[in-house]
Ligand binder design. Structure first.
Ligand code: OGA
Ligand code: MN
Length: 298
């Protein structure tokens, strides 16, 4: 929801007020005046509301241990274990809830997933029947340039669709592919398939209602191997291309340039995200948690 540049200030007894500062883009807000390892229930309520209103929230200057990151994440719900990626399941020793996104190699082995290349637009793990509700990334090391992460509001994309197109897609279902990850890598243990009709994945409504906000959104997941169930393949491809042309428009997105200590939490139901490539000889280390979804999208 674009709220202009107006600031909301939330007060909570015994704590500094939290400022919620919208990015000015279609989505995203920065929260100031909060230390995420020390929050009370009313501060958490402010954070959660800001997250519902703005879809993605940024909190800078944090100093979180892995345990702090897990404790803050758990306030939103149960956590998933790190997903299986091209490098297998990459997590912090003893803490399977912390997924490592990194290009850094130790003893010839990557410590994390996604390398240094581009990660194309996607929603996390929407190839599952019950995809995660949210993910958060905490920046431990960032490259001097590149590696920015962009987010796109799927409420805004849905609202921008012409009426005729909205009607055409109203009852359609879409298969979200489970073969490749956003870096283009084959998931470990999955056979390569490039026929969207038969590749593994989960089928979801193409237009969904957000379970908390009640707002309607387009649910695309990712482009590769996507398939509109029941359509001829060529028709499905053409309609998907038509819908994806809206996603690529900058007015629906917000781009984040990382600093060490940034925490970004996104709503994985109503947003998609992508990452710019960066110099492979630079280091980027992010620790990530993922909050379980409570139900299949409807
Ligand atoms: C993720 C992801 C992008 C990034 O962790 O799900 O897509 O910027 N990360 O590292
Ligand atoms: Mn992702």
């Amino acid at each position: 929801m674009a709220l202009g540049v107006e600031r909301e200030v939330a007060r909570s007894a015994g704590f500094e007020p939290i400022e919620v500062i919208p990015t000015g883009a279609a989505l995203g807000a920065e929260l100031r005046g909060v230390d995420l390892k020390n929050i009370d229930a009313s501060q958490f309520a402010v954070i959660k509301r800001a997250w519902h209103d703005h879809e993605v929230i940024l909190v800078r200057g944090q100093t979180l241990s892995d345990q702090d990151l897990i404790a803050f994440s758990r306030r939103f719900g149960d956590l998933d274990w790190a997903p299986v990626q091209e490098t297998g399941r990459r997590f912090v020793e003893g803490l399977p809830e912390i997924y490592i996104v990194s290009n850094v190699m130790v003893n010839g082995e990557p410590i994390g997933s996604l390398g240094a290349g581009e990660a194309v637009w996607h929603t996390d793990m929407s190839y599952l029947d019950v995809p995660p509700m949210a993910s958060m990334l905490y920046a431990l090391e960032v490259p001097p340039a590149g590696g920015n992460t962009s987010f796109c509001s799927m409420y805004a994309v849905y609202q921008a669709l012409p009426n005729e197109l909205r009607q055409r897609i109203a009852k359609l279902k879409i298969k979200h592919d489970g073969t490749y990850n956003s870096g283009g890598y084959l998931r470990q243990g999955v056979a390569a398939t490039d026929d969207p009709r038969t590749s593994p994945g989960a089928v979801h409504p193409l237009v969904c209602t957000h379970p908390d906000t009640g707002r309607r959104m387009l649910y695309l997941g990712r482009r590769r191997n996507a398939y509109l169930v029941g359509l001829e393949l060529a028709e499905s491809e053409a309609l998907l291309d038509q819908l994806w042309a809206f996603v690529a428009r900058p007015e629906f997105a917000w781009e984040h340039a990382w600093r060490v200590g940034d925490l970004v939490l996104w709503d994985n139901r109503c947003t998609m995200h992508r990452r710019d490539p960066f110099d492979a000889s630079a280091r980027r280390i992010m620790h990530r948690t993922q909050i379980k979804g409570s139900a299949a999208p409807v």
